[in-house]
Design a protein around this ligand. Structure first.
Ligand SMILES: Nc1ncnc2c1ncn2[C@@H]1O[C@H](COP(=O)(O)OP(=O)(O)O)[C@@H](O)[C@H]1O
Ligand SMILES: [Mg+2]
Length: 235
């Protein structure tokens, strides 16, 4: 569905991406793992088009989208849930979700999207009238993901959704991610530092280091490779 080849980008004169290549298959959970500062978020922002690609190519549904600006990519069904929660804490859960449907197309199908989100996450329906800031950390992360669903994406990129959550809540977030795949067949590109949990949830895994891909394989293969786990994941 998405193919990134030899991508290069960075900030000012500082190059961050050194030709990583990845492929995201339809309906699968693909994970991008690696320590802090190696360029995982930059790769997502460059795929979306908020960071401009210098060289290399991005193909989505067989179309060359390398130079397409972010809002056009969103129109094609690509969405990014950035690091951190970025919720409107003083607004209700319902209001936060409505804010997600800002595109014209999404506005038209708002009721349908809301129904879907509330069916997927019944707890958000119960909390619909509560201020988002009053929810638990895990529930707030659920709201950010649900809000992204309001754009009716076909590919969702999640940047460290379990970051900063208590271990007990990490499981909830991963259950949410797996639900998106199982129940609505969403294609997911997941960036995580929680390698263990990500390996369990993913179909395919890329390991990033210093702006490029150092290892890749099915999660089965990565889990079994002591070499890769030791060298890159520290688990
Ligand atoms: N907006 C930015 N402006 C300048 N440098 C940035 C910006 N965002 C990230 N960087 C730098 O790019 C490098 C890669 O960062 P990032 O993509 O956030 O890594 P990761 O997500 O793997 O932790 C780091 O050296 C970071 O300091
Ligand atoms: Mg990051």
């Amino acid at each position: 569905m998405l193919k990134v080849e030899n991508l290069e980008s960075g900030y000012g004169s500082m190059q961050v991406l050194w030709q990583p290549s990845i492929e995201v298959k339809r309906g699968a959970i693909t994970s991008l793992l690696g320590p802090n500062g190696v360029g995982k978020s930059t790769l997502l922002w460059t795929i979306l088009g908020s960071v401009e690609p210098w060289r290399g190519s991005i193909t989505y549904e067989r179309e060359d989208v390398t130079r397409l600006p972010a809002h056009k990519k969103v129109d094609l069904g690509i969405t990014l849930v950035p690091e951190g929660k970025h919720l409107f804490v003083e607004m209700t859960v319902h209001e936060n979700l409505v804010m997600g449907a800002y595109r014209k197309e999404a506005l038209k199908s708002m009721d349908e999207s809301l129904a879907l989100v509330y069916t997927l996450f019944p707890v958000l329906k119960e909390r619909a009238k509560q201020k988002a800031g009053s929810l638990s950390g895990g529930e707030q992360q659920m709201v950010t993901i649900a809000r992204a669903l309001m754009t009716k994406p076909t590919l969702i990129m999640l940047d460290e959704p379990s970051q900063g959550l208590a271990p007990k809540l990490v499981g909830e977030v991963f259950a949410t991610v797996e639900k998106l795949k199982a129940e609505i067949g969403l294609t997911i590109l997941l960036v995580e530092q929680n390698a263990e949990a990500a390996l369990n949830a993913s179909d395919y895994v890329y390991i990033m280091h210093e702006g490029t891909i150092k290892a890749e394989g099915t999660s089965e293969k990565i889990r079994k490779s002591h070499e890769i786990r030791e060298a890159y994941l520290g688990i």
